[in-house]
Design a protein around this ligand. Structure first.
Ligand code: HEM
Length: 407
């Protein structure tokens, strides 16, 4: 397709398929990076956007305050009708610019420090052990998405927020509906409505009685809502964002990384050799399977020069994290999964003001899950051929629907 689309005017429908395999980025990324690192593409609604595939350009865009993350800004690029509906029905600080973005984000960053996450680790370990006990007690094959990757991040973020266990399952399903780029636009809108209803009711309980601030939402009530810094509506939006961002991502990262580790036993052994090797391996799995495929949509609010091209005010852009993390200029031999490389400059958590709030939590969960999973199930293997795995490459967050395993 690209061979015929070299001229700037030729059509180049976006997004691209993962035609080289579900664990590889779309091959167009490498071709474009070489030949046209700044490329205009065509979206479903007839609009155009620029896509960027080089690590340095992606970083520059994400750090530049002349690019807005607000979806109502004219020219903001929409990936599909479902995505337009999901963004329309829901506002939180991930889709705000400073200073509003900074105002809300500051209310929660202290909840996700490395120190706090280290203190949380024993509770996450207990959740992992409990889920794996249950998996071991069931008949084989198990489904690692159903048994571990799905519930663990959802239980952990619920625990942190103070969302009662009875809501976990519904919130997991609603989150997945919001992530699907291909569904009827009514689906993400309805999912948002239900999430707002569930989280709103939980928050109302805490507004009535926040106790001594034992969980994040209670602390939000005590520190922000009661003194009048934060409205109930904005608090619900923050809670929804944390819930959504806090489980769907980590679920898919666990599932995809497990497949990669099962395929690479030597890498797996190297990674599990020491806590330092495990920490480095987690960075490499974040780089290799950059699951947040398209979130980094932005729109220029002034004319900006990037890589010799003028991006005009009102032009939409995608700073492609997956492409950046496979740029050989930043990561030599990028299609090789190598837990011994220094992958720390990856942008799986984005870059700039919207860089992931929950990254310390995600890193801790991933390290805990992989250390525990392979210690307890050293003979873990796929229970179906690789070709039978169902990937979610058409979604905002790349992942797997099911992961049948034996041990
Ligand atoms: C492997 C797991 C995760 C990955 C790969 C990931 C990735 C990302 C990325 C790429 C962004 C930026 C999107 C953009 O630029 O538009 C982001 C933002 C965010 N993430 Fe994560 N995330 C993960 C886990 C988590 C967890 C566990 C939480 C916990 C609550 C979380 C909370 C957030 C929030 C609140 C934002 C919005 C930040 C802002 O706009 O200032 N994420 N994440």
């Amino acid at each position: 397709m690209l061979e015929n689309s070299r001229a700037a005017e030729s059509r180049c429908p976006f997004p691209f398929a993962r035609s080289a395999g579900p664990l590889s980025p779309p091959p167009e990324y490498a071709l474009l990076r070489e030949r046209e690192p700044v490329r205009r593409v065509d979206l479903w609604n007839g609009a155009n956007a620029w896509i960027f595939t080089r690590w340095a350009d992606v970083r520059e865009i994400l750090a530049n305050p002349d690019f807005s993350a607000v979806p109502s800004t004219p020219g903001y690029p929409m990936l599909s009708p479902a995505r337009a509906s999901a963004l329309d029905s829901y506002q939180s600080f991930i889709t705000l610019d400073p200073p509003d973005h900074t105002f809300f984000r500051r209310m929660v960053t202290k909840e996700f420090t490395v120190k706090r996450m280290n203190a949380l680790r024993p509770q996450v370990q207990a959740v992992a052990d409990r889920l794996l006990d249950a998996m071991a007690a069931r008949n084989q094959p198990g489904d690692l998405v159903r048994d571990l990757a799905g519930p663990l991040p959802s239980i952990v973020i619920s625990m942190m927020l103070g969302v009662p266990a009875r809501h976990h399952h519904d919130m997991e399903i609603l989150g997945a509906q919001k992530n699907d780029l291909t569904v009827d636009p009514a689906v993400p809108a309805e999912a948002t409505r239900k999430m707002v209803e569930i989280i709103g009711a939980v928050l109302d309980d805490k507004i009535r009685d926040p106790g001594h601030g034992e969980d994040l939402l209670s602390r939000l009530v005590i520190d922000q809502i009661r003194p009048g810094h934060l409205s109930r509506r904005d608090a619900v939006n923050i809670a929804n964002l944390l819930y959504l961002a806090g489980h769907e991502t980590t679920t898919n990262q666990i599932a995809l990384s497990t497949v990669v580790l099962l395929h690479n036993p030597a890498q797996r052994a190297a990674m599990l050799a020491s806590p330092e090797a495990l920490a480095a391996g987690v960075e490499e799995m974040l780089r290799f399977n950059t699951i947040v495929q398209y979130n980094s949509a932005r729109v220029a609010t002034a004319d900006v020069e990037i890589a010799g091209h003028t991006i005009r005010a009102g032009d939409g852009v995608y700073a492609l994290l997956t492409a950046a993390n496979h740029d050989p200029a930043a990561f030599p031999d990028p299609e090789r999964f190598d837990v011994t490389r220094d992958a720390s400059a990856h942008m799986a958590f984005s870059f700039g003001v919207h860089q992931c709030v929950g990254q310390s939590l995600a890193r801790m969960e991933l390290a805990c899950v992989f250390e525990t999973l392979f210690r307890r199930f050293p003979a873990l293997e796929l229970a179906v051929p690789f070709a039978a795995l169902e990937f979610k490459d058409e979604q905002l967050v790349h992942g797997l629907r099911r992961l049948p395993v034996r041990w």
